[in-house]
Design a binder for this molecule. Structure first.
Ligand code: EPU
Length: 429
């Protein structure tokens, strides 16, 4: 077992480049199997969830080779539509394969997906949308068998702008018969990136990035050869921003798309952080006092992203006053709270609402990463705490950040990855 060991109290300084977006790369990788061809994907982050998706593609017979941040994918050799259960259970994004596999092969055999434990994550909208497009789906003891002789366009009204469902429908609809309309579609930047990728496969998509997306089904091309660059990761950028803000640092985050991050920038500015846009990036200067935020609600894009909720909360633990955060996207996404409390934070949770009373300082402690963004929040808290913080289970953080400890160390943080056995041995000596 590993842990991040952090010596807190240092202000971060310097420049950092954002990696490609995990949540754009994953559906795009799934979408490659829609067609036969050779595809080069640029700026694909090297992190755990992407590795699992690469393993899934390989298990389907696809050739995937990584060279740095480029992936070379050859989908000519796809030879099965059965996704192995042990891979499916490692990651929720494996549900993205349902649409593309049925589209290309007429059938898909998948099990219920796994993923971070951040509350209930049903797949009912994925299933009902695909059913509307002519897919029959049966469940046999946890295994889903999806079949469609022919996918056909449909008008799908989503109860909630689900990111994954919007992406699954886009992929299924690209080469379906007729027109598909998605009403109440998710508007995240990652949807637009997937739509750009599908368009370069030949798809005809209008309105990606708005509430209403129209996909005119086209004939699948015989063969495709293309290069696609994945958008920068707005959540990784937001996590660096929080690190600069919380530590009272002065950092420059290169490669940010500012329009993807407006709600995050706004929230940190309101808390007193100085943020300016400058030559392809963001300069972040952390200032004291941190001002409390009276109410931040997470919501689908362009609202404040649920994937930045834990990091903002870590920041607000040090505010001069009381802040309120309401989590509306996932239930059960407050698992960082008891860990932050171990570090001296004063937070009370009532269902979807967290009340954060600012404290003078946090203290280093031994804490546990329970999911990806909760883990990131604990690292941030550790950076600004007095003393040593040990964050165990950093594999949760590795799912969505490419070597977060290396990025932060480049900004001057004292953070290292250690084996827990070594830490315990050191304590005994
Ligand atoms: N939902 C349903 N039924 C469904 C699908 C979703 O009830 O069939 C509910 C979910 O339970 C949740 C809400 O709808 O309460 C939103 O879920 P959504 O489908 O939008 O999320 P997702 O596609 O599963 C993606 C990201 C998440 C991010 C959310 C929201 C990827 C690979 N994952 O998940 O990323 O939190 O959108 O923005 O794109 C992360 O990176 O840490 C992460 C969890």
């Amino acid at each position: 077992m590993e842990a991040f060991v952090i010596e807190g109290g240092l202000a971060l300084h310097g420049e950092i480049e954002v990696h490609g977006a995990k949540n754009a790369a994953l559906p795009i990788l799934a979408a490659t199997i829609l067609v036969r061809g050779e595809m080069e994907l640029v700026d694909v982050p090297d992190l755990l969830d992407v590795r699992v998706m690469m393993d899934i593609l390989r298990a389907l017979g696809v050739q995937v080779v990584r060279e740095g941040h480029r992936l070379y994918v050859n989908t000519e050799t796809l030879d099965t539509n059965i996704v192995p259960e042990h891979l499916m259970s490692q990651m929720r994004s494996s549900i993205f394969l349902l649409g593309p596999l049925v589209s290309r092969t007429g059938e898909a055999v998948v099990s219920y997906p796994g993923g971070c434990s951040i509350g209930q994550r049903p797949i009912d909208m994925h299933i009902s949308s695909l059913k509307k497009m002519g897919v029959t789906i049966h469940e046999y003891g946890g295994t889903l068998v999806a079949e469609a002789h022919r996918l056909r366009g449909a008008h799908i009204v989503l109860d909630f702008p689900s990111v994954g469902t919007t992406e699954n429908i886009l992929m299924a609809a690209a080469f379906a018969e007729g027109r598909t309309i998605i009403t109440n579609a998710a508007r995240e930047p990652e949807i637009q990136d997937l739509a750009r990728f599908l368009t370069s496969l030949g798809a005809r998509i209008h309105g990606a990035g708005t509430h209403r997306i129209v996909i005119e089904g086209v004939t699948r091309p015989a063969h495709v050869r293309l290069t696609h660059r994945v958008i920068p990761d707005r959540i990784e950028a937001g996590t660096f921003l929080a690190a600069g803000a919380m530590t009272g640092g002065d950092i420059f985050i290169r490669g940010v798309v500012v329009e993807h991050m407006e709600a995050v920038i706004e929230a940190f500015q309101q808390s007193g952080t100085i943020i300016s846009q400058d030559q392809g990036g963001l300069r972040v200067i952390g200032r004291r006092p941190i001002l409390p935020l009276h109410k931040v609600m997470t919501s689908p894009h362009p609202g404040f992203p649920t994937d930045m909720q834990a990091q903002l909360m870590a920041h607000l633990t040090l505010a001069e006053g009381t802040s309120i955060i309401v989590e509306t996207v996932f239930d059960g996404r407050f698992r960082h709270v008891p860990e932050l409390v171990k570090m001296g934070a004063d937070i009370v949770v009532d269902y979807h609402t967290a009340v954060i009373r600012g404290v003078q300082h946090l203290e280093g402690a031994r804490v546990k990463a329970t999911d990806l963004r909760a883990g990131a929040a604990l690292v941030l808290a550790g950076l600004s705490a007095e003393g040593t913080t040990t964050v165990i289970h950093p594999h949760h953080i590795d799912r969505g950040y490419e070597t977060l400890e290396v990025s932060l160390a480049a900004l001057g943080a004292r953070i290292s990855r250690e084996r827990v056995a070594t830490i315990l041995q050191g304590e005994r000596n």
